[in-house]
Design a protein around this ligand. Sequence first.
Ligand code: AMP
Length: 305
Amino acid sequence: MSLLVVGSIALDTVKTPVEEHGDLLGGSASYAASAASYFSPVQLVGVVGSDFPQAEFDFWKSRKIDSAGVQRVEGKTFRWSGEYAWDLNTRETRSVALNVFENFQPELPKSYRQTDFALLANIAPALQSHVLKQMEKPRFVVADTMDLWIETTRAELDALLPHVDLLILNDSEAREMTKETSLIKAGRGIRKMGPRYVAIKKGEHGALLFGENEFFSCGAYPLEDIHDPTGAGDTFAGGMAGYLAGNVKKVTFTDLRKAMIYGSVLASFCVEAFSLERLRNLTMDEINERYETFKLMSQFEVPET
Ligand code: AMP
């Protein structure tokens, strides 16, 4: 089954304490679509300018990512630049140029409207709702968000939440949204705002998953070498939503637990190289090997006394 992915498509410049690279493929939809494409065909919705490389359209084609929903308009592609501190955790946005993204109105091709699974990757909540309204009857809707929308377009975000099955956000965003210090209270509080399930990402400390009477906590893959953390969250969301679209008819909490591990696995590969280079050439064997390691890491035995 296909997954519709809408979000930003960007050309990024990323600086870490040891390297700097420009004109990198980035944006929430680019990361999410690439991660999801390991599990299901993807229908991509976004906008790029006339400076966007044709080679990326060829890459999408090679990964079964349908780009019929990507508008190509006169002007420059959305550009974002960020710089990481030595811990590769703290990040400062150096510049943002919305360019063609400023007037983006996502329009779904007819062939996308009956798709069952959707991932509303990080963009303004009003645009996420605009996409959802064009879908006939999506069975499972995943949405991502960020602090910017919690702070500047809260009413639009609140209006979207009742139509979302799974909301994914990070720990500081969950605290900001609920004004709760405890992430457990925050997860439960966000569920009351509409989404049936809530996933809270805790960076290198893993992620939490909340259902009605269900709870799951998973760790992060212990990586020694991180080169570029950009897009890890979008990749996590893409891995989760892609796994569900490709493998599940009626989503249960057990499916969501597995999806969360696959999301974590894909995110762990993402940060091993700049941009989404590592997501271009992964193999299913590599993905499944890390999935098995995750399972082993979570097992423990209580010694007999
Ligand atoms: P993350 O590391 O998960 O925050 O994602 C970083 C990606 O988000 C980069 O590739 C940026 O191009 C993209 N991005 C940055 N700001 C925004 C924004 N306001 N809306 C949508 N995407 C953005």
